[in-house]
Write a protein that binds this ligand. Structure first.
Ligand code: GDP
Ligand code: IMO
Ligand code: MG
Length: 422
């Protein structure tokens, strides 16, 4: 397998963790390049369920190396907890996990600001994961962030932190909130720094050594195309580049060293948090939630559910340059009599084929649907293309034909084994 970037084609939770785990079999190194512990990537191996937030999903395959790149925002205390969680499950990370010294650190004042901004927005809140992601990226862009490399240098960290806590406390107090204790944060983060030190390195050098040795790199996107800070449904987005280009900036891999871009998508659509969702359908949501599925892996919130939106998908194909698509959760549609697919929007009475740029226009678009007959049989045991019911194959072929992108795998259940490779 050549160097591959895998990203979500919708609003996150497409099943990236599962597909990364499957593809890791043929990779040497798995790299996270953006986002933070707002991500929740589920991998199910046999009877065991793992949810990874910061550590690449490749860690579950013995001997594979994992890198957390410079573009990630990293909560060190959370990361130590995640490492310990894996150690408890007898998954060794020593000598396998490498973290960029340039990754920006999420601090308690970022989480407090995330919460404050959400509360003050009232009804228009984004519905963030409250992990401090937006404020941390905000500090990075404003050039007042603290990076992991800074945190490992005790004196430097103390000086930077003191200043940042002072500035942020002024703001928190002005808003009637409790100030952050500099001493407490310094102690807690210094302890985390001691634990993380053996893993922290210049990952750019590591990645380029791997490229020179023709190692196979797999870049694991977090979130999804429509949560991208530039290409998503702004302002209802996250604060990083979740599209394929994010691998270049977030890990330092040059564009001409990327051989393949895989888009992971559900056979329908889900979204967590606020913002426009044209094909949202409460009937589907009730059905999935009743089956105990479509609850967030990070916050446990019920995901909003809707039909597949091909207008969005075509947009995702443009932005990411997908070479192939990996379709997950096909089994979610198994029991439906009819399945709807959005093929165009109607905006102010006019049929359009592209997503409007403004979320205000998008919110008032109406979906134009094509309807497919359901296959009404379980696909969960299907192992190859020809095992799939004819109507399921027709549904998948329609996705290929409307996007012009071939499907490389179809997932019919959460387990590694429930993956049909095409
Ligand atoms: P990610 O954030 O993209 O890695 O996705 P999440 O882990 O947040 O959410 C995807 C959910 O769908 C998880 O609970 C997975 O175990 C589950 N999943 C992935 N693929 C399939 C599938 O084909 N069928 C079913 N039933 N579940 C799946
Ligand atoms: P994975 O990697 C789904 C959503 C939040 C909110 C918006 C902004 O598991 O697919 P943030 O905390 O990032 O500032 O929240 O983005 N969001 C996700 N939704 N999957 C994710 O990650 C998400 N990460 C953030 O719900 O709407
Ligand atoms: Mg998720």
């Amino acid at each position: 397998m050549p160097n591959t970037v895998l990203v979500g084609a919708q609003w996150g939770d497409e099943g990236k963790g599962k597909i990364i785990d499957v593809l890791t079999d043929e990779a040497d190194i798995v790299v996270r390049m953006q986002g933070g512990n707002n991500a929740g990537h589920t991998v199910i191996v046999g009877k065991k369920k793992y949810v990874l937030h910061l550590i690449p999903s490749g860690i579950l395959r013995a001997r594979k190396k994992c890198i957390i790149g410079n573009g990630v925002v990293l909560d060190p205390v959370h990361l130590v907890g995640e490492i310990d969680g894996l150690l408890k499950l007898k998954i060794n990370v020593k000598g396998r996990l490498f973290i960029s010294e340039n990754a920006h650190v999420v601090l308690p004042y970022h989480r407090a600001l995330d919460e404050l901004r959400e509360t003050s927005k009232g009804k228009t809140k984004i519905g963030t994961t409250k992990r401090g992601i937006g404020p941390t990226y905000g500090d990075k862009v404003a050039r007042v962030g603290i990076r992991l490399g800074d945190m490992l240098n005790k004196e430097r960290f103390a000086t930077l932190l003191k200043d940042r806590v002072r500035v942020n406390n002024e703001f928190l107090k002005a808003n009637g909130l409790k100030p952050i204790s500099y001493k407490k944060v310094l102690d807690q983060y210094s302890a985390a720094a001691d634990r993380l030190k053996p893993f922290v390195t210049n990952t750019l050098i590591l990645i380029h050594e791997a490229l020179r040795q023709n190692k196979r790199l797999l870049f694991e996107g977090a979130q999804g195309t429509f949560l991208d800070i530039d290409h998503g449904t702004y302002p209802y987005v996250t604060s990083s580049a979740t599209t394929s280009g994010g691998a270049c900036t977030g890990a330092g891999v040059p564009p001409n060293r990327i051989d393949r871009v895989v888009g992971v998508m559900k056979a329908y659509t889900t979204r967590v948090g606020g913002g426009p969702f044209i094909t949202e359908d409460d009937m589907l949501g009730d059905m999935f939630h009743g089956m105990g599925r479509e609850f967030g892996a990070t916050t446990g919130r019920a995901r909003r559910c809707g039909w597949l939106d091909l207008v969005m998908l075509q947009h995702a194909c443009m932005v990411n340059g997908f070479d192939d698509l990996s379709i997950t959760n096909l089994d979610g549609l198994d029991q439906l009599d009819t399945i709807k697919v959005c093929v165009a929007y109607r905006l102010n009475g006019k049929k359009i084929q592209h997503m409007p740029s403004s979320h205000l226009d998008l919110e008032v678009c109406e979906p134009v649907y094509e309807t497919f007959k359901g296959w009404k049989t379980s696909t969960e045991e299907c192992q190859k293309w020809s095992d799939l019911p004819l109507r399921a194959r027709q549904y998948l072929k329609a996705i290929e034909s409307k996007t012009g992108v071939k499907i490389s795998s179809v997932s019919v259940g959460p387990d590694r084994k429930q993956t049909i490779q095409l």
